[in-house]
Design a protein around this ligand. Structure first.
Ligand code: SF4
Ligand code: SF4
Length: 125
């Protein structure tokens, strides 16, 4: 989640309530509170179901200040890779053009802007 109040009140954390999230074993253990022996050995794509277990009832992330807060969650919905800016096409803020001022700035700096509906820009989270 990237936009503070907009994410909590307007979108109600859609990205934390749908789809998959790529997690390291430690991130998985933190979020799903599993027994250590059931911890995955490698990075996995975990299904969030109706809601990420770390999402509070007021649509805030309970582990946002934890050092193990997943990297993909910190980045979503903007992934900067070299001179490419990949925006998730499933994010409500992207759909409603809330990043317009940033996009103008990136374009002025010759970044390529990609709105993605693939895993790269969507289910990276
Ligand atoms: S989908 Fe976009 S607007 Fe909605 S909570 Fe996630 S980052 Fe915020
Ligand atoms: S860890 Fe936090 S930011 Fe990431 S999906 Fe779960 S509730 Fe959302």
């Amino acid at each position: 989640m990237a936009l503070g109040d907009y994410c909590f009140t307007d979108c109600k954390a859609y990205c934390c309530r749908k789809g998959y999230i790529d997690l390291t074993p430690k991130e998985y253990e933190l979020i799903f509170k599993i027994d250590k022996k059931n911890k995955p050995k490698e990075k996995i794509s975990a299904f969030l179901g109706d809601s990420c277990p770390a999402l509070s009832t007021d649509f805030k992330c309970n582990i946002r200040n934890d050092p193990l807060h997943p990297k993909t969650c910190k980045e979503y919905p903007i992934f900067i890779r070299g001179k490419k800016v990949i925006l998730s096409g499933n994010c409500l803020a992207v759909i409603n053009n809330k990043f317009y001022p940033f996009i103008s700035e990136w374009l002025s700096q010759d970044f390529e802007i990609i709105i993605s509906n693939s895993r790269e820009g969507n289910n990276l989270k």
